[in-house]
Design a protein around this ligand. Structure first.
Ligand code: ARG
Length: 460
């Protein structure tokens, strides 16, 4: 008599229904189905090529799996809890479609090497999507930067006004971060692109399979070399989640800046109605919900990284069912980071209006040009530290009198140091202060234009 569950005849009674629910991954691992089908097609092809099944059986399996793909894409393949997981669901449906040949698909493999293969194929695909998302993100920032080379914005350290910078320079900092994110993903891809299929449950197989062939059919660099490691390695998932976490970190940092930029205290940007929301009680409010959500969702992504590290810590070789817990973590991390990238891209592309007048005012209304006064003296041969102390005294005096440095008449400057001349006013004007920082990688307009050109070439 057939047993009601997918495993062997040694089982006499059905699972307790709550345990069936507890055990099953079909509720989430259907996300892997396309990769499961592709992996199985490669496996079937290899089995036939190696003479382990007949060519006709091989063809029937590949076609049957393709039929399941069609059914799935049309929304017609919706296995229930009784299938336990996507792998059983596919095998069962395959046998319905192609008959007894379907029962040969699982020759010389196990769900352990199968799920490890599926996950690698899945992540390889999602890494590519994320890399495309990152490129779109970079291009959006670049386009915005191109129109704001000579827009000054206060630059901060310790969230205290430090020195004004070009807004383009500020935006390009995030392009650099996104580039490292892109490269990190490429690096994760490099290490995950090895094929565990054929490692069997843990020890390899007695069949004369050709693992190099399966690996090649699936576009992997080659087969993994140790069967125990093949079924128990989840390093690539950890690496991916770490890379995803850093993307989330970078987005959260810009998100926080945008939130600050829209605050009444800064008023550097206005949010467009398409990306902001209102309050249910305070009719005057327009809230930056989008960047707040982006900032908030980082917690989820980090959570998945820590959860997976915790899950695999101390696990003995080889496969353990604990690994089933990796899937929801990685699926949610992918969905979350992609959604955040999309939302931030829309926000930066069409959600912000930089208030250039207000920005010009902001950079003219503080002591962020103090370093430039010290630099002015240094250029005239006054040792920097001496000039620095002179300017410290000047700032103290100006603060006490409630004026800015530019408001002091030349005679007062010269009381502080005889090297000051009329050209000091030009040297401390905000745009001049930004323009003058022309060292490589600095915010000077010439440097920024050089970087814009480099990114323009790289991102086309
Ligand atoms: N659903 C399982 C998982 O996600 C597939 C592998 C099951 N292997 C096993 N020996 N029970 O990890």
């Amino acid at each position: 008599m057939p047993t009601p569950q997918p495993w062997s005849q040694r089982f006499e009674t059905a699972l307790h229904p709550a345990i069936a629910r507890f055990n099953a991954s079909i509720g989430f691992d259907m996300e892997l189905i396309e990769f499961d089908l592709t992996g199985s097609q490669a496996h079937a092809t290899m089995l036939a090529e190696c003479g382990i099944i007949s060519p006709a059986e091989g063809e029937a399996l590949v076609a049957g799996l393709e039929e399941i793909r069609r059914e799935y894409r049309e929304g017609m393949f919706q296995p229930g809890l009784d299938a336990e997981d996507v792998h059983f669901a596919v095998e069962r449906r395959l046998t319905e479609i192609v008959g007894d040949a379907g029962k040969k698909l699982h020759t010389a493999r196990s769900r352990n090497d199968q799920v490890a293969t599926d996950l690698r194929l899945y992540l390889r695909d999602r890494i590519q999507q994320l890399q495309n998302d990152l490129r779109t993100w970079q291009r959006t920032l670049l386009a915005l930067a191109e129109s704001h080379v000579e827009t000054p914005i206060p630059g901060y350290t310790h969230r205290q006004r430090a020195q004004p910078v070009s807004l383009a320079h500020h935006l390009l900092a995030y392009v650099e971060m996104a580039q490292r994110d892109w490269e990190r993903l490429a690096d994760v891809h490099k290490r995950l692109n090895w094929c565990p299929l054929g490692a069997g449950a843990l020890a390899g197989t007695t069949f004369p399979i050709d693992r190099h062939r399966t690996a090649a059919l699936l576009g992997f660099a080659g087969p993994t070399a140790n069967s125990l490691d093949s079924v128990s390695d989840r390093d690539f998932v950890v690496e991916f989640l770490a890379a995803a976490s850093l993307i989330a970190v970078h987005l959260s940092r810009l998100a926080d800046e945008v939130i600050f930029w829209c605050a009444e205290e800064a008023r550097f940007v206005k949010l467009s109605d398409r990306v902001s929301t209102g309050s249910s009680i305070m009719p005057q409010k327009k809230n930056p919900d989008v960047p707040e959500l982006v900032r908030g969702k980082t917690g989820r992504v980090f959570g998945h990284l820590v959860a997976l590290l915790t899950t695999i810590k101390g696990l003995p070789l080889a496969y353990n069912k604990d690994f089933q817990e990796d899937k929801e973590a990685v699926f949610d991390a992918v969905a979350t980071v992609r959604a955040c990238l999309e939302a931030m891209t829309i926000l930066m592309a069409e959600g912000l209006e930089f208030q250039t007048e207000r920005l010009a005012q902001a950079v003219a209304a503080d002591f962020a040009n103090a370093t430039d006064v010290a630099d002015y003296l240094a250029a005239k041969g006054v040792p920097f530290r001496e000039g620095y102390n002179v300017v410290g005294k000047m700032v103290k005096t100006a603060l006490a009198e409630g004026v800015l440095l530019k408001d002091l008449p030349l005679a007062r400057w010269q009381e502080f140091h005889p090297a000051f001349a009329a050209d000091i006013y030009e040297a401390i004007a905000p745009l001049q202060v930004v323009k003058a920082r022309n060292s490589y990688g600095g915010t000077g307009f010439e440097q920024v234009r050089t970087q814009l050109r480099r990114w323009g070439e790289q991102l086309t």
